[in-house]
Design a protein around this ligand. Sequence first.
Ligand SMILES: Cc1cc2nc3c(=O)[nH]c(=O)nc-3n(C[C@H](O)[C@H](O)[C@H](O)COP(=O)(O)O)c2cc1C
Ligand code: SF4
Ligand code: SF4
Length: 259
Amino acid sequence: MILYFSGTGNTRLAAMRLAEALGDRCMEMEVHAAAVPRLRLADDERLVWCFPIYSWGVPPVVKRYVARAEIAGADSARHFMVCTCGDDCGNADRQWRRLLRRRGWTASHAYSVQMPNTYVLMKGFDTDSPEVAAAKLKAAPSAIDAIGRAIRADSAGSYVRGSWAWIKSSVIYPWFCRFAMSPKPFHTNGGCTACGLCSRICPTGNITMDADGRPLWDRDCAMCLRCYHSCPRRAIRYGHATDAKGMYLAPRSFLESRR
Ligand SMILES: Cc1cc2nc3c(=O)[nH]c(=O)nc-3n(C[C@H](O)[C@H](O)[C@H](O)COP(=O)(O)O)c2cc1C
Ligand code: SF4
Ligand code: SF4
């Protein structure tokens, strides 16, 4: 089973391509705060955990999922990790191994694939230029297919740890989770037409609409930026951090590129 969490679609498309290559079923993680996910693996079925990298670590919402999910058959299954990142992943693989160990599950190999960057909420961070995004999307399908072959063979494959991995994952990641994941700065500008899309697509159900049909952000935010990147009116802002920043959603054409 390929089990994925994705904000803006990179990981979803990677998971779908992997599922096709491996002939495995593909499911989205249920990440609502109240969800207690229950899954059942068939005998000898592997479990491939797919998620994006957040601040050189595992997204907190995925950590919560791993801690809570009731997965029959997980004790004896082979577990793999496939993450998508804009640049590099730090020691997110080690975090994932620790999370699994706490559940008594045995982690096998971890892999990563570079895809267009989606983080825009801090100074100096923006979406990739169209050229860089296109180059990443061109290279990713064959990288995913190579990961599929490595999973089939239960062998190691590409994982981009990057430089200063310990500082990024053990110092910056905890700081980021504590101080840079607040949904409070989210607001809309005058362009909001009260279409309700942001509320319907939020994976944690964190957005409700006020009496005028404008979004209100609650506290259970995955920081996935799906709302920001999906708004058809470009009306969602995060303080001033998103002024003049780009928008990105993974293109479906990615799945059509030839093997
Ligand atoms: C909150 C947040 C933090 C991120 N941190 C990193 C990072 O530390 N390193 C990196 O290479 N990419 C980082 N990214 C970029 C994403 O990992 C990358 O664009 C990923 O493919 C997005 O996947 P998705 O479309 O499935 O959500 C971050 C994105 C977000 C939203
Ligand atoms: S998606 Fe954009 S336009 Fe639609 S309700 Fe949300 S903020 Fe307003
Ligand atoms: S509020 Fe926006 S950023 Fe937060 S989880 Fe929902 S879609 Fe993602």
